[in-house]
Design a protein around this ligand. Structure first.
Ligand code: GTP
Ligand code: MG
Length: 391
């Protein structure tokens, strides 16, 4: 092929795909080297609404067809419209696609889910083999932080593992060099695929039927193609929906797992709490018990004390009683004694009187005796005198 002069060589075709406003048209313009495609201006808000092709002659004399597409990954547009656009794009690339440039702006976050969905849509549009022709072009690199490189950013944010990646930004100083590098990558892709452009079945059909059929039948062909793409698209939508469901399931499972983990944590926390409460209760109970014991002990000792006091009191009162008894006894004894004494005194006075009477009687008796004796003596004397007288 290298012997073929560039001017007679077949033109190469590259297709720009990607989400809306990620810079497909801007990249196309950078490649073509002029404002061929309408790129969104901040003020006007232009959005590419249909597939468009521009041809450019490269510095090395090679011809390059650049096809810009509308944001085909955005689900906001009708699938019928997308189907038509894909058909149109495929029709534009009559000789096949030499490279497909997936334009991704690093200014917009592109989640893994979205990446995968994008790839699936590409597969649905063009077939799985399209991956072999894919170059991921990152735009917006001019807006990276000062010390951050694209690779830094990609390793941090971008999950898809692109086989080939390029960078094109609006930075004028870097643009031409970046375009050169991108075109070099396109050649790498071409070489990798043995110079054979990508042709999906619809391509072949379009080309052959296009050759054979009139312009009128082209409409019919387009309809068939649109239907086909539409079906494929529907399939990929279903797949995506399924994947999303799976992801959601995973996510909800993850959430569930998290909830379970949280519940477990809570449970263990509650267990601990319950244990602590039990311990506290036990403590409390033991405290109560201890208190009760203390109270009982107190009561007991109080009872003992009371008993002792009672005993002491009893003893005391019994002592008193005993004393009183003793005293009473003593008093009684004394009374008796006193009585006896009194009695004795009474007796004594009686005896004294008696003795006196006796004495008096004795005195009287002796005086009576004396008187008698005297009388006797007087009598005797008289008798003796009588006797003497008689004599
Ligand atoms: N800073 C910066 N801005 C960019 C770059 N590439 C594109 N833009 C801006 O991003 C906006 C969208 O760019 P477009 O080229 O219109 O994007 P698109 O992918 O063609 O969008 P649709 O046609 O709507 O699908 C425009 O304002 C561009 O100026 C870039 O590398 N750096
Ligand atoms: Mg555009």
């Amino acid at each position: 092929e290298s012997s073929t002069p560039p001017s007679q060589e077949m033109a190469k075709t590259i297709v720009l795909v990607g989400r809306t406003s990620h810079g497909k048209s801007a990249t196309g313009n950078s490649i073509v080297g002029k404002k061929a495609f309408k790129s969104m201006l901040k003020t006007t808000g232009v959005i590419t609404s249909t597939c468009e092709m521009h041809r450019t002659l490269l510095e090395n004399g090679h011809k390059l067809n650049v096809i810009d597409t509308p944001g085909l990954f955005d689900f906001s547009v009708e699938s019928e419209f997308i189907g038509k656009e894909i058909a149109k794009c495929i029709n534009l690339a009559k000789d096949g696609i030499h490279a497909i440039l997936l334009v991704v702006s690093i200014r917009t976050r592109f989640s893994r889910k979205e990446e995968e969905a994008g790839l699936l849509i590409l597969h649905a549009f063009f077939g799985v083999k399209i991956t072999d022709y894919m170059i991921v072009v990152f735009t917006g690199g001019d807006e990276l932080e000062d010390d951050e490189t694209l690779d830094d950013y990609l390793s941090r944010e971008y999950c898809l593992e692109p086989i080939l990646k390029a960078q094109i930004s609006l930075n004028e100083a870097q643009k031409s060099e970046q375009v050169k590098q991108l075109l070099a990558l396109v050649n790498v892709v071409v070489d990798k695929n043995g110079g054979r452009p990508y042709r999906s079945k619809p391509f072949v059909e379009v080309k052959e039927k296009d050759k054979l059929e009139s312009q009128k039948s082209y409409e019919k062909q387009l309809k068939t193609l649109t239907k086909m793409v539409d079906l494929k698209l529907k399939g990929s939508y279903d797949k995506i929906a399924q994947q999303i469901d799976e992801l959601k399931l995973k996510e909800s499972y993850g959430k569930l797992a998290q909830q379970i983990a949280e519940l477990k944590l809570k449970e263990s926390y509650y267990d601990k709490l319950a244990q602590q409460i039990d311990e506290l209760k036990l403590n409390e109970r033991s405290d109560k018990l201890a208190q009760q014991i203390r109270e009982l002990k107190l009561k007991e000792s109080y009872d003992k004390l009371a008993q002792q006091i009672t005993e002491i009191k009893l003893k005391e009162s019994s002592d008193k009683l005993a004393q009183q008894i003793t005293e009473l006894k003593l008093k009684e004894d004394y009374d008796k004694l006193a009585q006896q004494i009194a009695e004795l005194k009474l007796k004594q006075s009686y005896y004294d009187k008696l003795a006196q009477q006796i004495d008096e009687l004795k005195v009287k008796e002796s005086s009576d005796k004396r008187a008698q004796q005297i009388a006797e003596l007087k009598l005797k004397d008289r008798r003796a005198m009588i006797n003497l007288h008689n004599k």
